[in-house]
Design a protein around this ligand. Structure first.
Ligand SMILES: O=C(CO)[C@H](O)[C@H](O)COP(=O)(O)O
Length: 227
């Protein structure tokens, strides 16, 4: 296993220790959350009782394969724990997410969770957010106008492509990958972006994470809690 994968696996598996019997759980998206879903599946096989909701169609399919019982929003008021990855995380546990394009469902599920546990390899931990392009989910209707608003904010938006085609999110929207440079005030940028009418959501997760599990290439982990 490559070093980065070992670090992701270590973080993803360790975070599952925060899940107790009977809990309602949010399942994240991406290559680190993958390991959490696999570990939850393994513990379900050993008798752990949980019910879960996924942040993407991809993770939902993986959960089904692992025989993790799934629930919908009509079946719960809140989730006990959400475990999800991040593209960048700073010392205040502010995040950039959405590298996999699942940011809208990820933010809804993080918001519905009493505890949001972020899993990441050590390279995701940064002194300041902004080197990773900030994903912004926009409606197809009027996207060119929305992109002009993002350009006016110095966001330098790029329409995300996949396999030579425009990338479409699970919600039928586009992603603008933006470069704002170093993000000095994530809270205000998150609010400013969401004030643009064609923006559905953006990948800044401010004051949402409670716990960070960082994984290292040697298989060790470090847990940090929001103060
Ligand atoms: O936000 C996400 C998907 O929308 C992912 O959690 C984020 O991109 C991290 O992915 P990975 O664990 O594969 O590095």
């Amino acid at each position: 296993m490559a070093n980065a994968d070992a670090a992701k696996k270590a973080a993803g598996v360790r975070a599952v220790d925060f899940i107790e019997n009977g809990m309602k759980v949010g399942l994240g998206t991406g290559s680190t959350a993958y390991w959490s879903i696999m570990e939850i599946g393994a513990r379900v096989k050993q008798g752990l009782q949980v019910s879960a909701i996924a942040t993407s169609i991809q993770s939902e399919e993986l959960a089904r394969e692992q025989h993790i019982p799934l629930i919908t929003f009509s079946q719960f008021d809140y989730l006990d724990v959400d475990i999800d990855g991040a593209d960048e995380v700073d010392g205040q546990l502010q995040l950039i997410k959405g590298g996999g394009g699942a940011l809208l469902r990820e933010k809804i599920i993080a918001s519905a969770s009493r505890r949001f546990v972020v899993v990441a390899d050590e390279h995701k931990f940064v002194p300041q957010l902004g080197a990773f392009p900030l994903p912004v989910e926009v409606t197809p209707f009027g996207w060119e106008y929305t992109f002009r608003q993002l350009t006016a904010m110095s966001g330098r938006p790029k329409l995300r492509q996949k396999d030579g085609k425009t990338f479409i999110t699970d919600n039928g929207n586009y992603i603008a990958d933006c470069s704002f440079g170093a993000i000095k005030n994530p809270r205000s940028l998150e609010a400013l972006l969401n004030a643009i009418p064609g923006v559905v959501e953006n990948g800044l997760f401010v004051d949402r994470a409670h716990t960070l599990v960082l994984g290292y290439a040697d298989g060790t982990t470090k847990v940090m809690n929001k103060i």
